[in-house]
Design a protein around this ligand. Structure first.
Ligand code: FES
Length: 124
């Protein structure tokens, strides 16, 4: 996992949020009583950004239709419908907030066996 610098810790006040694009992911970072949480910045309802929602404790309320997301787990808590957003690890190093993004590595070691004559064995 690689941690990417986003901003200074002092850039996000208590109870505030900041949006960022981190390694291609839209991320919202929330400061809950001095502890930082990073979640996907896309509401699981209709994709509104969550960074401009209202934060109450560990819940952010989306501005569009008021779904509530727990920023510690990424789970939708109101309505409790099983929907969720991704969460990301956060750390602060020398005053800089860093968000961890898992690299997705494709294993292409066995594609050498794919050729026209055996392509059909990959079909359903
Ligand atoms: S888009 Fe967030 S509640 Fe509808």
């Amino acid at each position: 996992m690689e941690f990417h610098p986003v901003c200074k810790f002092s850039d996000i006040g208590l109870g505030e949020a900041k949006a960022a694009v981190v390694a291609g992911h839209s991320v919202a970072i929330f400061n809950v009583r001095g502890k930082l949480y990073a979640i996907e910045n896309i509401c699981p309802h209709m994709a509104a950004p969550l960074d401009d929602g209202s934060l109450d404790g560990t819940k952010v309320t989306c501005r569009l239709h008021f779904w509530e997301i727990d920023v510690t787990s990424g789970k939708c808590v109101e309505p409790d419908n099983g929907r969720c957003v991704a969460t990301f690890p956060v750390k602060v190093e020398r005053g800089t907030i860093k968000v961890g993004i898992e690299e997705i590595k494709a294993d292409v070691s066995d594609v050498s066996d794919v050729s026209d004559e055996n392509f059909d064995k990959f079909l359903p």
